[in-house]
Design a protein around this ligand. Structure first.
Ligand code: ZN
Length: 562
């Protein structure tokens, strides 16, 4: 194809969120001008010790800052906004235009308070019906139901045609603190012709229709009705709807609400100020006032339904919380699904809670996925209404993207009009075709460890995995400068590998081997290559230990000349 035609394609570049749940970030690029949609993080997997969260790689945007037209945030979930501090660190320009709804803006700005060295953000507020022109893109925002209020889908007019981005969504005829889905508005978009639809795939493997928020309320109501003692409800701090439901039910059953956990407190505070959480005066009380009321008048709303080590529920369970201990008669509600990889931790915590003679509810119906994302019937309805020419499944594991694509194919869209893409791929689109380029952009995991952003690379992670799996093995050899021989017997320090006292023979042989490696290398005279000697110790000791134990500890050779 000639350069000219290629120049006229719209390039869609997902930097995260495809083939994974979380870390959503997408670029739209036309003739070098770039629009960013969302910048989220995801939680680490089980085999990533010490990693707090993972953000998208934005190196593609380096040197292109001047061409960035703006950043649009669809909603306030951390998997859509959590990478903001990292993005600012890497590609910030003072002229950046940022757009978000009132609640999303509030959550982003509140979080930025933890990054006070970063530039102050100027975020333009948008709402249902807002329109903004950004270079060649004209973006129209529209309300979408989800499990957080103020969620916005995007209808984007581009030079190649109109694109509809659903954001995370579900069709809800009975939402909490929100209006029902505006189908008329969707039909109006359809009349203006939709070239491409990019739709949330998180629920694409689930049959039927997602639960309405009102149904979820009904489920919770039954638990409240039956509870005689305190209710301890653990959920994600960003599930604003769930938090509202728990507050409303507490009011209905004349309970006071104690809010515990840093992120929970801040989110409740912002949402209350902005009017997204409604609580009567006096409903929310301080944890210290808890003893002023009988147990049957208390709800504790807290973080930690994933078994997170430092979160409130774990501290309560382990009797480490300053004010709250579990007791007979308490009802504990896990009100969000378990993220894959956390099952074991949650199971252990649940067992421990039950040992303390409390009731535990963990309903699948209160599942975050079942609750927040459109399922197959809704996804079909979306396609029926929008009738797009092309389709790109977004947001979800690879199997979810494939299921979503299959569903759309079954509805009559030709296979060549559907692109199943992964992070880092470049999807080209014009009026006639959609295709994925062979070239890719970097999209690997950037790991955030404590306060360090992106300073834990794959090498550090591999080291941690190795340490976690087979432990470490330190060999310290002291070498006499004048003779070139090892002085005495090398020291061996080991953690997490074998119990040293029971492995005397193994250690004796290892020492002998180290001595012979050093003596052989040094004995030939001339300049001594110490890094070669260290490599030799590492490799040979490694092979030897593996042959004896079938384990591969991390070997750290230390050679000291005296
Ligand atoms: Zn979401």
């Amino acid at each position: 194809m000639t350069k000219m035609t290629k120049h006229n394609y719209l390039r869609i570049i997902p930097l995260g969120g495809l083939s994974e749940v979380g870390r959503n970030m997408m670029l739209l690029e036309y003739q070098g001008k770039i629009l960013i949609i969302d910048a989220g993080f995801r939680l680490p997997e089980e085999d990533m010790p010490g990693i707090d969260y993972i953000v998208p790689n934005v190196s593609y945007l380096k040197e292109k800052q001047k061409n960035i037209l703006g950043i649009i945030f669809t909603h306030g979930h951390y998997d859509h906004i959590g990478a903001v501090p990292y993005l600012l660190e890497k590609v910030w320009q003072p002229n950046f235009e940022i757009f978000a709804s009132l609640l999303t803006k509030g959550i982003i700005l509140k979080r930025q308070e933890d990054f006070s060295h970063q530039p102050k953000l100027d975020i333009t507020e948008v709402r249902d019906g807002s329109k903004v022109q950004l270079g060649p893109f004209r973006v129209e925002f529209f309300r979408q139901n989800h499990n957080i209020p103020d969620n916005l889908g995007l209808f984007i007019e581009t030079p190649v045609g109109n694109i509809l981005h659903t954001s995370d969504f579900k069709f809800d005829s009975n939402p909490v603190n929100d209006l029902p889905t505006n189908f008329q508005k969707l039909r109006n978009f359809s009349k203006r012709k939709v070239l491409l639809i990019m739709a949330d795939s998180t629920g694409a493997e689930e049959e039927g229709h997602s639960l309405s928020e009102a149904d979820i309320s009904k489920n919770l109501d039954q638990i409240f009705q039956r509870a005689t003692g305190r209710i301890i409800a653990a959920t994600f701090s960003s599930l604003i709807n769930r938090i509202q439901q728990i507050i409303s039910l507490s009011e209905k059953y004349e309970r006071k609400v104690v809010v515990e956990g840093y992120s929970m407190k801040t989110n409740v505070e912002i949402s209350k100020v902005l009017g997204y959480i409604k609580a009567k005066k006096g409903t929310i009380i301080n944890v210290k006032e808890i003893t002023n009321y009988p147990d049957s008048r208390i709800t504790i709303l807290c973080t930690g339904a994933q078994g997170e080590g430092q979160a409130v529920l774990m501290r309560i369970t382990n009797r480490e919380h300053r004010f709250i201990r579990l007791k007979r008669g308490d009802t504990v509600i896990f009100s969000s699904s378990v993220i894959p990889g956390n099952e074991r931790t949650v199971q252990i915590m649940k067992d421990e809670i039950l040992r303390q003679k409390t009731k535990v509810f963990h309903y699948k119906m209160m599942d975050i996925h079942a609750g927040g994302h459109a399922q197959r019937e809704e996804l079909k309805e979306l396609i029926r209404i929008m009738r797009p020419k092309f389709f790109l499944p977004i947001h979800g594991q690879y199997s979810m993207l494939v299921s979503h694509a299959e569903l759309v194919k079954e509805m009559g869209l030709p296979e060549k009009n559907i692109a199943i893409a992964e992070n880092g791929q470049i999807i080209n689109l014009n009026q006639k075709r959609i295709f994925i380029e062979r070239e890719t952009v970097p999209s690997n995991y950037i790991m955030v460890d404590g306060l360090g952003i992106g300073d834990v690379g794959e090498i550090v992670l591999r080291d941690r995995q190795m340490l976690a799996k087979d432990g470490m093995f330190v060999v310290v050899a002291i070498v006499d400068k004048t003779t070139g021989k090892v002085k005495g017997s090398p020291d061996i320090i080991s953690r997490g590998f074998v119990y040293l006292r029971e492995s005397k023979e193994l250690l004796r042989e290892t020492r002998k081997m180290v001595i012979s490696i050093v003596n052989l290398a040094v004995g030939s005279g001339g300049a001594v290559n110490w890094s070669y000697i260290k490599d030799e110790i590492r490799n040979k000791t490694g092979q030897f230990l593996f042959s004896k134990t079938q384990r591969r500890p991390m070997i750290l050779p230390v050679v000291i000349e005296v």
